[in-house]
Design a protein around this ligand. Structure first.
Ligand code: ATP
Ligand code: NAG
Ligand code: NAG
Ligand code: NAG
Ligand code: NAG
Ligand code: NAG
Length: 313
């Protein structure tokens, strides 16, 4: 029964409009591109993709504006099997976040033009409309709205107190951007905290091991800190200070490391949500993220999962 419950990812969804050009263009000139495509992006939406590809009932929850992009995003999520029925849509005066990305074939550089016309984040009163009984796990992408996320985490804490045993919800948050205000508010209220290398470095930790141990005083007693460290793998520390590490599993050829972080998080959540140990979770994270580095896009992971995830664990 509980395996049929959903994993909810709350955060950003956006459209990346990607043009690949032989070399970066001069201003006011006219060029033919080598490749052009739209791609669904946003960290929470990518994590939902990984979970859905792994066979989890994944749901994305965020704000989207009405318009062309809405249909593209809804169709794409449907293709992946991601539920998006609870997303909040905004009308006139708002636009969906879009990134116009110019990839230079010559240097590999990515020039990004980001647009977001005053699209609000999910509000606490939106969140309160969700029926928490549907979910076994809720993951939050730590964005500008940390105060609101803290309120949502407190709602889940309250719900957990009265929920029957099979109905409680586990939570995770990710803290990525070091300078975001009030990040500490969300660290202290979640069962699992993902921190990035950038975030750890900003707090003067220079290894994954020192980062996960050093963050323990900022998190809720009993909670677990997880940190992925690029080519150095990942580490985790449980609330009692026990340390777990995993090395990387590099692909034969590194094609594109973009999205490796989201793949790592999604795979960890997959394992933990199934009741596996934290050691198994970070190892699976490194295995699947490593495989992603050898692939162009997250969707290509489908072939890896076709043989059954229990065989990768
Ligand atoms: N070059 C690599 N070879 C093998 N595995 C890698 C490589 N780079 C990253 N990984 C795997 O991906 C995981 C996450 O990587 P990283 O910490 O770089 O995430 P990130 O910076 O959030 O990624 P991104 O922003 O590109 O999605 C690492 O723990 C590691 O297991
Ligand atoms: C998503 O995460 C990556 C690193 O993990 C970061 O570089 C990127 O800016 C994030 N995207 C957004 C829209 O926050
Ligand atoms: C859009 O940009 C505003 C201003 O920078 C920011 O506060 C808000 O969080 C962004 N919304 C989304 C959904 O990215
Ligand atoms: C929710 O309940 C579960 C089970 O009792 C508990 O392990 C977890 O820490 C709780 N999470 C939150 C955020 O309250
Ligand atoms: C995954 O966690 C990393 C921190 O380890 C963060 O940079 C990235 O944005 C996260 N992605 C999501 C969807 O939370
Ligand atoms: C975490 O929250 C608890 C209870 O809300 C509070 O007592 C404690 O001081 C907080 N810890 C940190 C490090 O913010």
């Amino acid at each position: 029964m509980s395996s049929r419950k959903r994993v909810l990812c709350i955060g950003l969804v956006c459209v990346d409009m990607i043009s690949v050009v032989p070399e970066f263009p001069e201003e006011d000139s006219d060029h033919q591109v080598k490749d052009y495509y739209w791609q669904r992006g946003g960290n929470a939406s990518n994590t939902a993709s990984v979970l859905a590809l792994m066979g989890v009932a994944a749901e994305f929850y965020g704000t989207i504006a009405k318009g062309h992009e809405l249909h593209f995003l809804q169709n794409d999520m449907e293709e992946f099997g991601i539920l998006s029925e609870n997303c909040v849509t905004y009308g006139k005066g708002h636009s969906t976040p879009v990134s116009i990305v110019i990839v230079s074939g010559k240097t590999g550089s990515r020039t990004i033009l980001h647009s977001n016309k005053s699209l609000p984040e999910i509000r606490v009163d939106d969140f309160q409309k969700l029926d928490l009984k549907h979910y076994s796990w809720i993951h939050f992408e730590g964005r500008q709205n940390c105060e609101a996320i803290q309120q949502m985490l407190l709602c889940i804490e309250e719900y957990n107190k009265t929920a029957s045993k099979g109905d409680t919800v586990l939570t995770s948050v990710e803290a990525e951007k070091p300078r975001r205000p009030k990040t500490d508010l969300i660290l202290n209220h979640s069962d699992y905290v993902f921190i990035s290398k950038e975030f750890a470095r900003d707090r003067n930790f220079d290894t994954k091991e020192s980062a996960v141990k050093g963050m323990l005083p900022y998190i809720r007693p009993g909670a677990t800190v997880i940190c992925a460290w690029g080519e150095d793998g990942a580490a985790a520390s449980t609330g009692d200070g026990e340390l777990f590490v995993s090395h990387t599993f590099p692909p034969v050829l590194v094609v594109d490391t973009l999205g490796a972080g989201d793949t790592f998080n999604g795979s960890c959540i997959y394992a933990l949500n199934k009741g596996h140990s934290i050691q198994k979770a970070i190892t699976l994270g490194c295995k699947v993220a490593g495989a992603k580095c050898g692939l162009k896009c997250i969707k290509d992971l489908k072939t890896l999962f076709a043989g059954g995830i229990e065989n990768i664990l």
